[in-house]
Ligand binder design. Structure first.
Ligand code: 5AD
Ligand code: SF4
Length: 443
């Protein structure tokens, strides 16, 4: 319908931002917006930004600059900035980029419809509060945005913020203190998602395994929440991310061995393999305690695929510290990993410390990534000949082909002419290529 207003959202950063973008689209959907895949025909452009590493704000400014022509052609076009850069630098964005009509933080996007009403009157709107009210209670149900509805795999934020204060990290400042959502609201949202065709839910939180939301009989752990989700008919798979090693408690480890819907994949960042650096990072665990934890998790679920985050070139990291990280990686054997060169974040404790020489840090990053890539490839290769479940997410490029994710979160292409989006099928893996697997239906 031509009178419907079009919304274009570009999402940067973590899965929590992906979830927030969906919810913002739903909030604006209730206000008459439908999503579009291109900024060119949009009436509203929203950049949902990430502040975790350097140059994030610069990226936002250069992206905004590119919309200048669009706005000149279409003076009614509205431009908004959301997410963690908005939270941290909202005032500055408004001052520096007159194209921007609206700035909204991660905790206030339920107020978007009111803000849009203000913007429609030609005013600027900015809201980066940490409000008293629970934003989720003021958002529409999960039936809104058409685009999100097609995917049988959905995110569900259960916990936000972080109280860990790792010395390098902005999250405790941009996302605020740790808050867990109440159990009944999460279960209601999960039921809504399943009703609209979702088969897999990934529970999200900056520190998801620290979840302790209010439920029947007191605060519930993440494991207890997972067991409650396990009883929902039609929900086939459960995942969660991101976890902190210190919150990996016994019942959660046990659930990996006993809950069939809980997938054999765990993202458990360690950041460094050197105790000296872990201490300076304020991580409050050691390399050895992490390795022992991994042993226990593998005892519970031997085929679990482990994923991690690493930072190289943290202040005072010397060659030996780096070698300790390499040894830890060799010992764990990761199936997936994200690695970064340390990036100074103003306002964090590590920001005051002397930097490692950039060329040295770059060299370390390359070596570390080469090792992690080798591990990922050989774990992916080892899937050949095995049978896995694949949840079909969309049609592939070839005729009769479906694409989905395996239990271990590998992308898999399957020849399945009768395949439907949302089906979970048994597949035998026959080939491994750079970024995906190929499989055949098991009949
Ligand atoms: N520099 C580099 N990497 C960082 N991360 C968080 N803050 C920084 C930083 N200042 C990485 C961590 C974290 C992931 C989400 O981003 O590895 O786990
Ligand atoms: Fe940041 Fe550390 Fe909290 Fe993760 S645990 S969000 S790295 S402060």
């Amino acid at each position: 319908m031509s009178d419907q207003k079009k919304l274009f959202i570009r999402t940067y950063g973590c899965q929590m931002n992906v979830y927030d973008s969906e919810r913002m689209a739903e909030a604006l959907g209730a206000d008459g917006y439908i999503e579009t895949d291109t900024p060119d025909d949009a009436d509203m452009i929203l950049l949902n930004t990430c502040h975790i590493r350097e140059k994030a704000a610069e990226k936002v400014y250069s992206e905004l600059g590119r919309f200048k022509g669009l706005k000149a052609d279409k003076p009614d076009l509205k431009i908004g900035v959301a997410g963690c850069v908005a939270q941290a630098e909202g005032q500055e964005i408004m001052r520096r980029q007159p194209l921007v009509d609206l700035v909204v933080g991660p905790q206030t996007y339920h107020r978007l419809p009111q803000m849009m009403a203000q913007v429609a009157k030609g005013e600027k709107a900015m809201d980066t509060d940490f409000p008293e009210e629970d934003k989720f209670e003021h958002l529409p149900g999960r039936h809104g945005a058409k685009k999100a509805m097609r995917n049988p795999s959905a995110f569900l934020t259960v916990q936000e913020g972080c109280d860990k204060f790792c010395a390098f990290c902005v999250v405790p400042y941009t996302r605020g203190a740790e808050v867990s959502r109440p159990v009944d609201r999460i279960l209601r949202e999960a039921h809504d998602l399943v009703e609209r065709g979702v088969r897999e839910i990934t529970l999200l939180g900056q520190n998801v395994n620290a979840y302790h939301g209010a439920g029947e009989g007191g605060d519930w752990s993440l494991a207890r929440l997972i067991w409650a989700l396990d009883t929902i008919d039609g929900l086939e798979r459960i995942r969660f991310t991101t976890s902190h090693p210190n919150d990996m408690n016994d019942d959660l480890i046990e659930a990996h061995g006993t809950c069939a819907k809980l997938m054999p994949y765990l993202h458990l960042p360690v950041q460094s393999g050197s105790d000296k650096i872990l201490k300076r990072m304020n991580r409050s665990h050691t390399a050895d305690s992490y390795l022992r934890l991994i042993e226990r998790i593998r005892e519970a679920r031997p085929d679990i695929l482990l994923s991690g985050d690493f930072i190289v070139g943290f202040p005072e990291e010397d060659d030996q510290d780096f070698e300790d990280t390499m040894s830890l990686i060799r010992e764990v054997n990761y199936g997936q990993a994200y690695s970064f060169k340390y990036s100074t974040r103003p306002g964090t404790p590590a920001a005051e410390r002397a930097l490692v020489d950039d060329a040295v840090a770059t060299d370390r990053l390359h070596r570390l990534q080469a090792l992690l890539t080798d591990q990922q490839r050989s774990i992916q290769q080892s899937m050949v000949g095995k049978e896995v479940g694949v949840l079909f997410e969309k049609k592939g490029r070839l005729d009769g082909q479906m694409v989905g994710k395996s239990d271990h979160l590998h992308a898999v292409h399957v020849h399945a002419p009768d395949g439907q989006v949302g089906e979970l099928r048994r597949v035998k893996i026959v080939e491994s290529s750079t970024n995906s697997l190929a499989g055949e239906l098991v009949v």
